[in-house]
Design a protein around this ligand. Structure first.
Ligand code: HEC
Length: 260
């Protein structure tokens, strides 16, 4: 049973990393249970397994103790049944690992991609070219009553077109949301429209997922190309509405310049 030693050693090391490290972390930050990333776990286990193998086969005696049961299993005629079981188990394990690699997953792709890629300097939609750097929302009227009216019109557009994906609470959890990966943007989250200028949002709404530049891919964005379905005015009003409802302000880039 010499060959059980390294297996037990590896198992103990695994448990130490899997439970011991998070435990130490939880002592340091009570109430938390840090997780050891799978990639780190794989790396450590590779070293531990290699180390255990080296340690156990350090001398002739240890090598033989480790290898004899294996050779015996594969050559002893009396162990035909056991051999069959072992070969089947190893093959099944191989199949299972291969299956884990190829099975479809709902996780985001691991490839690097930019959620907010740099916008083009100008974009052509509705047969017009828009310079994105200087573009402003023409419906952001200084007059409060007028702004309220445009925002309300934007609400109708939102509920007729965007609501199904971006949700009633603007949190990207509409009825269809679960069907998409990536999920529809959550406008209440500070990481979306709150950090974007209205011209950026205008570009994203107008040109949708297919309008993303290559840094934004590989990304099967379900965001529709609204310039083929809504008018320019409707898009601007819907943008007024999503800012109003989610309670965030559009990013402004040229405040300093304007003040001068
Ligand atoms: C079919 C579902 C769907 C509909 C309908 C939809 N969206 Fe989206 N939208 C998405 C998805 C998915 C994303 C995230 C991927 C991306 O950014 O392209 C997204 C992203 C966005 C973004 C980008 C936010 C960011 O942080 O970059 C904006 C803005 C947006 N949607 C506005 C709208 C507006 C306005 C409407 C209605 C006119 C609308 N969406 C309708 C699915 C949808």
């Amino acid at each position: 049973m010499q060959f059980l030693k390294p297996i037990i050693g590896v198992l103990i090391a695994y448990l130490l990393i899997k439970i011991g490290v998070p435990f130490l972390g939880s002592l340091h930050h009570p109430g938390t249970w840090p997780v050891v990333p799978t990639a780190v776990m794989k790396m450590y286990l590779t070293f531990i397994i290699a180390g255990a193998f080296v340690a156990c086969t350090f001398d002739e005696e240890g090598y033989n103790a480790l290898i004899t049961p294996v050779v015996d299993l594969y050559s002893n005629p009396a162990k035909a049944k056991l051999r069959l079981c072992a070969v089947t188990a190893v093959s099944l394990l191989g199949c299972w690992i291969a299956y884990q690699y190829v099975k479809p997953t709902f996780d985001a792709p691991v490839e690097l991609r930019s959620v907010h890629p740099a916008p083009p300097s100008s974009v052509t939609m509705w047969n017009k070219s828009y310079p994105l750097q200087t573009l402003k929302n023409p419906f952001r009227a200084p007059d409060k009553a007028q702004l309220a009216k445009f925002t309300e019109e934007g609400g109708v557009i939102y509920y007729q077109n965007c609501f199904y994906c971006h949700g009633d609470k603007q949190d990207g959890k509409g009825h269809f949301a679960q069907a998409f990966n990536p999920m529809p943007a959550n406008f209440v989250d500070v990481g979306t429209i709150a950090m974007l200028t209205e011209s950026f949002v205008f570009w994203r709404v107008g040109s949708g997922g297919p309008g993303l530049p290559s840094e934004g891919t590989p990304w099967a964005s379900a965001m529709p190309v609204w310039n083929t379905m809504l008018s320019e005015e409707e898009v601007w009003k819907a943008i007024l509405f999503i800012y109003d409802q989610s309670g965030v302000q559009p990013r402004v880039t040229d405040v300093v310049a304007e003040k001068k």
